[in-house]
Design a protein around this ligand. Sequence first.
Ligand code: DGL
Length: 263
Amino acid sequence: MNNRPIGIFDSGVGGLSVFAELIQLLPDENYIYFGDTLNLPYGNKSFEELVSITSNIFDFFKSKNVKAVVMACNTTSATAYDALKSKYDFKIYPIVQNVSKQIALKNYSKIGVLATNATINSHAYKKEIQKYNPNVQVFEHPCPNWVNIVEHELQMENDSREDIKFHLNEVLKHNPEKIILGCTHYPYLINILSEFAPENIFINPAKYFAQSIFDDLKCNNLINNQKLYEPKFYVSANPEQFKSSSRLFYNVKDVNFPAAAGS
Ligand code: DGL
Protein backbone atom coordinates (compact mmCIF):
# COMPACT_ATOMS: atom_id res chain seq x y z
CA MET A 1 0.00 0.00 0.00
CA ASN A 2 2.63 2.52 1.05
CA ASN A 3 4.64 2.16 -2.13
CA ARG A 4 1.76 3.15 -4.37
CA PRO A 5 2.36 6.52 -6.04
CA ILE A 6 1.13 9.95 -5.03
CA GLY A 7 -0.64 11.86 -7.82
CA ILE A 8 -0.31 15.63 -7.90
CA PHE A 9 -1.90 17.96 -10.39
CA ASP A 10 -2.53 21.51 -11.51
CA SER A 11 -3.47 23.26 -14.74
CA GLY A 12 0.23 23.62 -15.55
CA VAL A 13 3.49 24.46 -13.78
CA GLY A 14 1.84 26.11 -10.74
CA GLY A 15 1.57 22.85 -8.80
CA LEU A 16 5.34 22.49 -8.95
CA SER A 17 5.55 25.20 -6.27
CA VAL A 18 3.78 22.65 -4.03
CA PHE A 19 5.67 19.66 -5.40
CA ALA A 20 9.00 21.35 -4.59
CA GLU A 21 8.00 21.54 -0.90
CA LEU A 22 6.49 18.07 -0.81
CA ILE A 23 9.54 16.33 -2.19
CA GLN A 24 11.68 17.95 0.52
CA LEU A 25 9.52 16.42 3.24
CA LEU A 26 8.78 13.14 1.46
CA PRO A 27 11.76 12.36 -0.76
CA ASP A 28 11.11 8.61 -1.03
CA GLU A 29 7.63 8.76 -2.50
CA ASN A 30 6.82 7.74 -6.08
CA TYR A 31 5.30 10.83 -7.67
CA ILE A 32 3.16 11.27 -10.77
CA TYR A 33 2.63 14.92 -11.69
CA PHE A 34 -0.06 15.91 -14.16
CA GLY A 35 -0.04 19.40 -15.71
CA ASP A 36 -3.28 19.99 -17.58
CA THR A 37 -1.79 22.52 -19.97
CA LEU A 38 -4.46 21.86 -22.59
CA ASN A 39 -7.16 23.28 -20.32
CA LEU A 40 -5.40 26.17 -18.66
CA PRO A 41 -6.27 28.64 -17.33
CA TYR A 42 -8.72 26.89 -15.02
CA GLY A 43 -9.63 30.14 -13.29
CA ASN A 44 -11.92 31.32 -16.07
CA LYS A 45 -13.86 28.04 -16.39
CA SER A 46 -17.35 27.24 -15.11
CA PHE A 47 -18.09 25.01 -12.13
CA GLU A 48 -19.35 22.24 -14.46
CA GLU A 49 -16.21 22.39 -16.58
CA LEU A 50 -13.99 22.25 -13.51
CA VAL A 51 -15.82 19.24 -12.08
CA SER A 52 -15.54 17.41 -15.39
CA ILE A 53 -11.83 18.23 -15.80
CA THR A 54 -11.04 17.23 -12.22
CA SER A 55 -12.97 13.99 -12.48
CA ASN A 56 -11.01 13.07 -15.65
CA ILE A 57 -7.78 13.71 -13.78
CA PHE A 58 -8.91 11.64 -10.79
CA ASP A 59 -9.76 8.80 -13.20
CA PHE A 60 -6.30 9.09 -14.72
CA PHE A 61 -4.75 8.79 -11.26
CA LYS A 62 -7.04 5.90 -10.41
CA SER A 63 -5.68 4.07 -13.46
CA LYS A 64 -2.19 4.66 -12.00
CA ASN A 65 -3.27 3.02 -8.72
CA VAL A 66 -2.34 6.02 -6.55
CA LYS A 67 -2.70 6.03 -2.77
CA ALA A 68 -3.36 9.78 -2.66
CA VAL A 69 -4.01 12.78 -4.90
CA VAL A 70 -2.63 16.21 -4.04
CA MET A 71 -4.83 18.96 -5.49
CA ALA A 72 -1.99 21.47 -5.97
CA CYS A 73 -4.59 23.74 -7.50
CA ASN A 74 -6.64 26.24 -5.54
CA THR A 75 -9.25 26.61 -8.28
CA THR A 76 -10.35 22.96 -8.37
CA SER A 77 -10.00 22.64 -4.57
CA ALA A 78 -12.32 25.63 -4.14
CA THR A 79 -14.89 24.35 -6.63
CA ALA A 80 -14.80 20.68 -7.68
CA TYR A 81 -13.47 19.09 -4.50
CA ASP A 82 -16.77 18.97 -2.63
CA ALA A 83 -18.56 17.42 -5.59
CA LEU A 84 -15.97 14.66 -6.04
CA LYS A 85 -14.42 13.96 -2.65
CA SER A 86 -16.53 10.93 -1.80
CA LYS A 87 -16.31 9.27 -5.22
CA TYR A 88 -12.78 7.88 -5.01
CA ASP A 89 -11.13 5.49 -2.62
CA PHE A 90 -7.73 7.21 -2.49
CA LYS A 91 -6.86 10.08 -0.15
CA ILE A 92 -7.55 13.52 -1.61
CA TYR A 93 -5.72 16.58 -0.31
CA PRO A 94 -7.23 19.95 -1.43
CA ILE A 95 -4.93 22.92 -0.92
CA VAL A 96 -7.45 25.59 0.16
CA GLN A 97 -9.13 23.48 2.83
CA ASN A 98 -5.83 22.08 4.12
CA VAL A 99 -4.06 25.41 4.62
CA SER A 100 -6.91 27.70 5.70
CA LYS A 101 -7.10 26.28 9.21
CA GLN A 102 -3.39 26.76 9.81
CA ILE A 103 -3.52 30.33 8.51
CA ALA A 104 -6.67 31.13 10.52
CA LEU A 105 -5.03 29.99 13.75
CA LYS A 106 -2.23 32.56 13.34
CA ASN A 107 -4.70 35.18 14.58
CA TYR A 108 -4.12 37.81 11.95
CA SER A 109 -6.85 40.41 11.93
CA LYS A 110 -6.81 41.29 8.21
CA ILE A 111 -5.80 38.91 5.45
CA GLY A 112 -5.74 39.54 1.70
CA VAL A 113 -6.21 36.76 -0.85
CA LEU A 114 -5.07 36.95 -4.46
CA ALA A 115 -6.38 34.12 -6.62
CA THR A 116 -8.11 33.18 -9.87
CA ASN A 117 -11.63 34.34 -10.76
CA ALA A 118 -13.14 30.94 -9.93
CA THR A 119 -11.41 30.73 -6.53
CA ILE A 120 -12.42 34.27 -5.60
CA ASN A 121 -16.01 33.79 -6.78
CA SER A 122 -16.31 30.64 -4.62
CA HIS A 123 -15.18 32.62 -1.51
CA ALA A 124 -13.58 29.35 -0.41
CA TYR A 125 -10.66 31.02 1.39
CA LYS A 126 -12.92 33.45 3.22
CA LYS A 127 -15.35 30.71 4.27
CA GLU A 128 -12.65 28.26 5.34
CA ILE A 129 -10.59 30.82 7.27
CA GLN A 130 -13.60 32.31 9.03
CA LYS A 131 -14.77 28.82 9.97
CA TYR A 132 -11.76 28.62 12.30
CA ASN A 133 -11.49 32.32 13.15
CA PRO A 134 -14.67 34.35 12.61
CA ASN A 135 -12.94 37.56 13.71
CA VAL A 136 -10.49 37.78 10.85
CA GLN A 137 -11.37 40.06 7.94
CA VAL A 138 -10.60 38.52 4.56
CA PHE A 139 -10.23 40.67 1.44
CA GLU A 140 -10.33 38.67 -1.78
CA HIS A 141 -9.22 39.91 -5.17
CA PRO A 142 -8.99 38.11 -8.56
CA CYS A 143 -5.97 38.29 -10.87
CA PRO A 144 -7.26 36.83 -14.15
CA ASN A 145 -4.05 37.25 -16.19
CA TRP A 146 -1.36 35.97 -13.84
CA VAL A 147 -1.54 32.28 -14.76
CA ASN A 148 -0.93 33.10 -18.42
CA ILE A 149 1.92 35.41 -17.46
CA VAL A 150 3.63 32.57 -15.60
CA GLU A 151 2.90 29.82 -18.11
CA HIS A 152 4.21 31.91 -21.01
CA GLU A 153 7.12 33.44 -19.07
CA LEU A 154 5.91 37.01 -19.62
CA GLN A 155 6.94 38.23 -16.14
CA MET A 156 9.40 40.78 -17.42
CA GLU A 157 7.09 42.43 -19.96
CA ASN A 158 6.00 45.95 -19.02
CA ASP A 159 2.31 45.12 -19.41
CA SER A 160 2.68 42.17 -17.06
CA ARG A 161 4.45 44.23 -14.42
CA GLU A 162 1.73 46.89 -14.60
CA ASP A 163 -0.95 44.21 -14.28
CA ILE A 164 0.79 42.64 -11.27
CA LYS A 165 1.21 46.02 -9.57
CA PHE A 166 -2.40 47.01 -10.25
CA HIS A 167 -3.97 43.87 -8.76
CA LEU A 168 -1.61 43.82 -5.80
CA ASN A 169 -2.57 47.43 -5.01
CA GLU A 170 -6.24 46.49 -5.03
CA VAL A 171 -5.66 44.25 -2.02
CA LEU A 172 -3.02 46.46 -0.36
CA LYS A 173 -5.68 49.19 -0.12
CA HIS A 174 -7.18 47.25 2.78
CA ASN A 175 -3.90 47.22 4.75
CA PRO A 176 -3.75 43.45 5.27
CA GLU A 177 -1.11 42.00 7.59
CA LYS A 178 -0.63 39.09 5.20
CA ILE A 179 -1.56 38.31 1.61
CA ILE A 180 -2.20 34.69 0.61
CA LEU A 181 -0.93 33.76 -2.83
CA GLY A 182 -4.07 31.74 -3.43
CA CYS A 183 -3.05 30.27 -6.76
CA THR A 184 -0.09 27.92 -7.02
CA HIS A 185 1.24 29.85 -10.02
CA TYR A 186 1.68 33.09 -8.08
CA PRO A 187 4.85 32.17 -6.13
CA TYR A 188 6.58 32.29 -9.55
CA LEU A 189 5.96 36.07 -9.40
CA ILE A 190 7.43 36.65 -5.95
CA ASN A 191 10.38 38.72 -7.22
CA ILE A 192 8.08 41.19 -8.93
CA LEU A 193 5.51 41.22 -6.14
CA SER A 194 8.29 42.01 -3.65
CA GLU A 195 9.21 45.12 -5.59
CA PHE A 196 5.84 46.59 -4.64
CA ALA A 197 5.35 45.19 -1.10
CA PRO A 198 7.62 43.63 1.55
CA GLU A 199 8.34 40.00 0.70
CA ASN A 200 7.28 38.80 4.15
CA ILE A 201 3.72 40.05 3.65
CA PHE A 202 3.10 37.17 1.21
CA ILE A 203 2.05 33.70 2.31
CA ASN A 204 2.91 30.93 -0.10
CA PRO A 205 0.58 28.18 1.18
CA ALA A 206 2.80 25.42 -0.26
CA LYS A 207 4.84 24.93 2.92
CA TYR A 208 1.76 24.62 5.12
CA PHE A 209 0.18 22.31 2.58
CA ALA A 210 3.17 19.99 2.29
CA GLN A 211 3.44 19.73 6.07
CA SER A 212 -0.25 18.85 6.43
CA ILE A 213 0.08 16.11 3.80
CA PHE A 214 3.17 14.72 5.51
CA ASP A 215 1.35 14.68 8.88
CA ASP A 216 -1.70 12.94 7.46
CA LEU A 217 0.24 10.28 5.55
CA LYS A 218 2.28 9.59 8.65
CA CYS A 219 -0.76 9.39 10.86
CA ASN A 220 -2.35 6.90 8.43
CA ASN A 221 0.79 4.81 8.04
CA LEU A 222 1.01 5.65 4.35
CA ILE A 223 4.55 6.95 4.09
CA ASN A 224 6.64 5.15 1.51
CA ASN A 225 9.79 3.24 2.33
CA GLN A 226 10.78 2.17 -1.16
CA LYS A 227 11.32 4.70 -3.93
CA LEU A 228 10.75 2.86 -7.20
CA TYR A 229 11.30 5.65 -9.72
CA GLU A 230 12.07 9.34 -10.17
CA PRO A 231 9.05 11.68 -10.40
CA LYS A 232 7.09 11.21 -13.62
CA PHE A 233 5.58 14.22 -15.39
CA TYR A 234 2.60 14.17 -17.73
CA VAL A 235 1.09 17.11 -19.60
CA SER A 236 -1.93 17.42 -21.88
CA ALA A 237 -0.31 19.98 -24.25
CA ASN A 238 2.89 21.97 -24.94
CA PRO A 239 5.52 19.80 -23.21
CA GLU A 240 8.45 22.06 -24.20
CA GLN A 241 6.79 25.19 -22.80
CA PHE A 242 6.02 23.27 -19.61
CA LYS A 243 9.68 22.31 -19.19
CA SER A 244 10.83 25.86 -19.83
CA SER A 245 8.35 27.59 -17.49
CA SER A 246 8.86 25.08 -14.69
CA ARG A 247 12.48 25.97 -13.96
CA LEU A 248 12.02 28.19 -10.91
CA PHE A 249 10.61 25.32 -8.82
CA TYR A 250 11.78 22.08 -10.41
CA ASN A 251 14.04 21.07 -13.22
CA VAL A 252 11.70 18.88 -15.25
CA LYS A 253 13.78 16.84 -17.70
CA ASP A 254 11.34 14.41 -19.28
CA VAL A 255 7.67 14.97 -19.96
CA ASN A 256 5.16 12.32 -21.06
CA PHE A 257 2.88 13.68 -23.74
CA PRO A 258 0.14 13.32 -24.76
CA ALA A 259 -1.51 12.37 -21.51
CA ALA A 260 -5.08 11.16 -21.65
CA ALA A 261 -6.48 12.93 -18.57
CA GLY A 262 -7.99 16.34 -19.04
CA SER A 263 -8.12 16.06 -22.81
N1 DGL B 1 -2.66 27.09 -10.27
C1 DGL B 1 -4.04 26.83 -10.17
C2 DGL B 1 -4.62 27.40 -8.91
O1 DGL B 1 -3.98 27.30 -7.89
C3 DGL B 1 -4.84 26.97 -11.44
C4 DGL B 1 -4.83 28.30 -12.06
C5 DGL B 1 -5.48 28.40 -13.43
O2 DGL B 1 -5.21 27.55 -14.30
O3 DGL B 1 -6.24 29.35 -13.65
O4 DGL B 1 -5.72 27.90 -8.86
